[in-house]
Design a protein around this ligand. Structure first.
Ligand code: UDX
Length: 437
């Protein structure tokens, strides 16, 4: 794929986390020379030795191929990265502060480091999710800390990568948003993404930053909307999947992100929602609509726990099997995972848990203790009073349900992801409880 290295741009990515590593490996894949920088020496060492710090489908092969081709390298030195590249991407964490606002200290630190290392014109691109007006601040910071009068441009280029599908999302984006203060970096930014043949929207920098928060908040709103509808479905005997299909066929609405669940989680939606509410507040607007999105999401978890308690009555010393620990399918990420929260809630009620996840067990072990980790998904149910599905891994659909029913001491299955057909489950002899059906 891609073009010859002679007409490629040299790129440095500062921050080699999910976003930074995927972005770096994919830019290398489409022909650019990429340096990934991280302050974590152990992570860089691991990558240099051919290891992977995260699980993301297709990423390991991409990294291996591009390192071998000499297009992808790793270093702990920001100075080296800045000196050797034309375009510097910032992909550092922007974690939440206790009040929900965004901690921009990594961002500010990197801006100063870049300023200190610049000796020629650079394009500094922000990929991290940041509050509107951060680009302006980054620009001011670089100007302040840059000793010589080197020229530079700051660009906002938000990522829309879904974990678990990040490589595919990068290589086939719906759109590329390029927010700029001046027109000078537009040609280089367009050139960078040219091999992807995707629509590029050039906006002012504040709009680009708002697009990211507005987009994630809208998606979270869609999920809370269908989760609210699921409550009405349960109360009235309707089926939320039928309702989602019916409303989703209207192209103005669309069927995607209308799957009722025990709630959304992950490292983006909860944090971005809180941040956006805070940003709105600072701009003088009470974004009550988004506060309700959060409330619906929290209530959805409560309702699911209550459903389990209402059926099993007392959870103390009951054995419960839980399938899924990651915040969604195809990832080993357990940050803000509804599945982990559910496990902790069940533990608080005194339940004894047997848990399984196809990829996230190692990461889960650092946050979820006092449970039995089971390697075989078909054996989680062994001796349990009930089984719970908490993550929408497609392989759970292939569970040997006859065997699971025999292994359970009581054939009760709580499905927090609507993976199974209620009629089929009843036919198989399960007491089956799902969401909004
Ligand atoms: C999200 C955005 O999709 C992506 O564009 C952005 O760049 C980062 O945040 P991600 O956090 O990887 O990506 O997860 P996503 O696939 O969007 O799912 C978020 C959560 O919503 C998961 O917990 C998922 O299980 C849940 N979800 C999703 C539902 O409950 N119902 C749905 O219909 C869709």
């Amino acid at each position: 794929m891609g073009r010859s290295q002679s007409n490629s741009l040299r790129i440095t990515i500062i921050g080699t986390g999910y976003v930074g590593l995927v972005t770096g490996a994919c830019f290398a894949e489409i022909g650019h020379a990429v340096i990934c920088v991280d302050c974590d020496a152990a992570k860089i060492d691991l990558l240099q030795k051919g290891g992977m710090p995260i699980y993301e489908p297709g990423l390991e092969e991409l990294v291996r191929r591009n390192v071998a081709a000499g297009r992808l390298a790793f270093t702990t030195s920001t100075r080296e990265g800045v000196e050797k590249s034309d375009v510097i991407f910032i992909a550092v964490p922007t974690p939440p502060l206790p009040d929900g606002s965004v901690d921009l200290s990594f961002m500010e630190g990197v801006a100063r480091e870049i300023a200190g290392a610049m000796t020629s014109y650079k394009i500094v691109v922000d990929k991290s999710t940041v509050p509107v007006k951060t680009g302006e601040k980054v620009s001011e910071t670089i100007r302040r800390y840059c000793r010589s009068k080197v020229e530079f441009d700051v660009v906002s280029n938000p990522e829309f990568l879904r974990e678990g599908f990040a490589v595919g999302d990068f290589l086939k984006p719906d759109r590329i948003v390029v927010g700029v203060i001046s027109q000078r970096p537009v040609a280089a930014m367009t050139e960078l993404y040219a091999p992807l043949n995707a629509p590029v929207i050039v906006t002012d920098i504040n709009s680009a930053e708002l697009i990211k928060h507005a987009s994630n908040s809208f998606l979270a709103l869609k999920i809370s909307y269908i989760n609210a509808i699921s409550v009405l479905c349960e109360a009235s005997g309707a089926n939320v999947q039928e309702v989602a299909n019916g409303i989703g066929m209207d192209p103005r609405i669309g069927r995607r992100f209308l799957d009722a669940s025990l709630g959304f989680g992950g490292s983006c939606f909860p944090k971005d929602l809180s941040a956006f509410i805070k940003i709105a507040e600072q701009l003088g607007y009470d974004f009550a609509l988004l506060k309700e999105v959060q409330r619906v999401n929290a209530r959805q978890m409560e309702r699911f726990v209550k459903k389990i308690v209402n059926t099993l009555w007392v959870l103390k010393d009951k054995n419960i099997g839980v399938l899924g620990l990651a915040f969604k399918e195809n990832t080993d990420d357990v940050r803000m995972s509804p599945a982990i929260e559910l496990c902790q809630r069940l533990q608080q009620e005194g339940a004894v848990l047997r848990v399984h996840d196809p990829k996230a067990m190692d990461k889960a072990k650092t946050v979820l203790t006092g449970v039995t980790y089971v390697a075989d998904m078909n054996r989680v149910a062994e001796g349990c009073d009930a089984l719970v599905v908490a993550t929408e891994w497609p392989q759970f659909k292939k569970l040997d349900l006859e065997r699971v029913r025999r292994l359970l001491s009581h054939p009760i299955l709580f499905d927090g992801r609507n993976l199974f057909d209620p009629e089929e489950m009843e036919r198989l002899g399960f007491i089956y409880k799902s969401i909004g059906r």
